[in-house]
Ligand binder design. Sequence first.
Ligand SMILES: [Zn+2]
Length: 99
Amino acid sequence: MKQNEKEVTVVADCTSCDGTGLFGFRDKLGVTCWDCEGSGKMSITYTPFIERKLRHEWQITEVCQRSSLSMRLGTPISYKEFLEGKFPETPIEPEIPKD
Ligand SMILES: [Zn+2]
């Protein structure tokens, strides 16, 4: 797979074993980390942020709020308003009827 020219790859501590290459078990028994094969390192590839990318094909923007029960959408605004710094209104928490 050809790497995107804007992407940057760095070597970092393995997030699974915190860079040790090992997992510890009882009686100080260490086993090698499955994710980094004991090296303690991992490669992270990312694209550095330069500026927000535009999506001119979109016209409406809504804020999405996730609750434990469902996902609700707030009052929509135009994509132009969003680019001007306005943020869609947060949806109002619905009242849950009590028994
Ligand atoms: Zn590891």
